[in-house]
Design a protein around this ligand. Structure first.
Ligand SMILES: [Ca+2]
Length: 417
């Protein structure tokens, strides 16, 4: 395992009703927990994105490239996507493909054009910089190479890379990762990174004090933020708190059939079925391990009243939970801000986001400035040329000599539920 867990809690006790065999008499609440309150549109509404969509000239991310440094991004229909270089070392003809299943989920949260599960900034363009292979593993040096590529190409060759989405954490900070995100930031790229899902201290590169480090919020499925809270897994600490938090629970995104995480979810559901002696006649083909054509696993579990949460929303979409998902939400929000106000600097973007955030109950070392609120950000966002927000330059962290080699790194936001 590389830091992700599947499926959530074990299945609840099954009950049966001999008196009414034709009517559902058992409670399978987990199947209906994820109401419209967790939909893509609800998340956009929660963070105030409507303030940008509703402008006289709607801001939807147009003209903004968001580099997704991740496990690759699949070319799903409707997404404005450019495949950048492959830093993963996969070396195959399908090198750009996301065979892990994380990067595609990130990209869709940021910029999907799905009618049902739209991204926060559906007209932003995704530039995929793949660094993680099939099992999601990546070395810091690969991530640094991708960051430096983004820094070098952000405004050449037709690119306008204004945002880097980096939902990645390295448990051993040599300083090199922090220096690489600083180079990108200093070049004018807003680096958005995940706080982490282990509930502990924020590691590199989120530990860099200048980038935008994001924790997760549980919205309770309501648009009002008064009931929002930061889940225990969302990292922070006295050395470095997240800058902001954003919705990160049960966030819809594109599913990658047959990917590493998809197989993990499927295998988990099959194990649950076997634990409950629920017969599974046949499984789907290996390239689509969850067979939605016959759609048998979940219906079989439901028929047996096994109350097991499933991350699947449809054949094509799956829910993800974690600070990765929250990071992608913020990357989309930043793309909206930059499409409305292209002159904003990274420091200005960060200042607007933190100053307009709404309070969230909980420990300040894990809440940061609070939950992003673009309705406030729109109020605070200066028109081009105005100077109503801080323009203080970021301070570079000193780089420490690199300790090359495997560091056991992982992708964050890896709970699929
Ligand atoms: Ca709420």
């Amino acid at each position: 395992m590389v830091g992700f867990a599947v499926g959530g809690v074990a299945g609840g006790a099954a009950t049966s009703g001999a008196d009414a065999p034709d009517a559902p008499v058992c409670s399978v609440t987990e199947w209906t927990t994820y109401s419209d309150g967790y939909s893509s549109r609800a998340i956009a509404a929660t963070i105030g994105a409507d303030a940008f969509y509703g402008l006289a000239r709607p801001a939807t991310g147009q003209g903004v490239d968001v580099a997704v440094v991740d496990t690759g991004v699949n070319d799903v229909a409707g997404t404005n996507l450019v495949q950048g270089p492959d830093f993963s070392g996969t070396g195959s003809a399908a090198a750009a493909a996301d065979t892990f299943g994380h990067g595609t989920h990130m990209a869709s949260i940021i910029a999907s054009r799905s009618a049902v599960y739209p991204g926060i900034a559906p007209d932003a363009r995704i530039v995929s910089l793949k660094v993680g292979g099939y099992d999601g593993r990546a070395d810091d040096d690969q991530v640094i190479a991708a960051l430096d590529w983004a820094t070098a190409h952000h405004s050449v060759d037709g690119f306008n890379i204004r945002v880097v989405n980096l939902a990645y954490g390295s448990p051993s900070d040599s300083g090199a990762l922090s220096a690489a995100v600083q180079r990108a930031w200093d070049a004018g790229i807003v680096v958005v990174t995940a706080a982490g899902n282990d509930g502990g201290a924020i590691t590199a590169p989120g530990s860099n004090p200048n980038v935008i480090t994001v924790g997760a919020v549980e919205t309770q499925g309501t648009l009002a933020t008064a009931d929002d809270s930061v889940p225990d897994y969302s990292a922070g600490g006295t050395d470095r708190a997240p800058d902001v938090v954003a919705p990160g629970q049960h966030v819809p995104g594109v599913r990658t059939p047959g990917s590493f995480v998809d197989k993990g979810v499927h295998d988990h559901l099959v194990r649950v079925a076997r634990e409950h002696d629920v017969a599974i006649a046949t499984l789907g083909p290996d390239d689509d391990v969850y067979d939605w054509a016959t759609n048998e696993v979940i219906p079989a579990l439901r028929a047996a009243c096994v109350d097991e949460p499933s991350p699947y929303l449809s054949r094509t979409h799956v829910k993800g939970t974690g600070t990765s998902e929250a990071t992608a939400v913020v990357s989309g929000a930043v793309a909206l801000m930059l499409s409305a106000n292209p002159a904003l600097t990274p420091a200005q973007v960060k200042a607007v986001l933190t100053e307009s955030a709404v309070p969230v109950a909980g420990d300040a070392t894990r809440v940061g400035a609070g939950e992003i609120d673009l309705s406030g950000a729109q109020d605070a966002a200066p028109v081009v040329g105005a100077s109503s927000v801080s323009t203080s330059a970021p301070t570079s962290q000193s780089a420490v000599a690199s300790d090359p080699g495997w560091r056991g790194n992982y992708w964050r936001g890896n709970y699929w539920r």
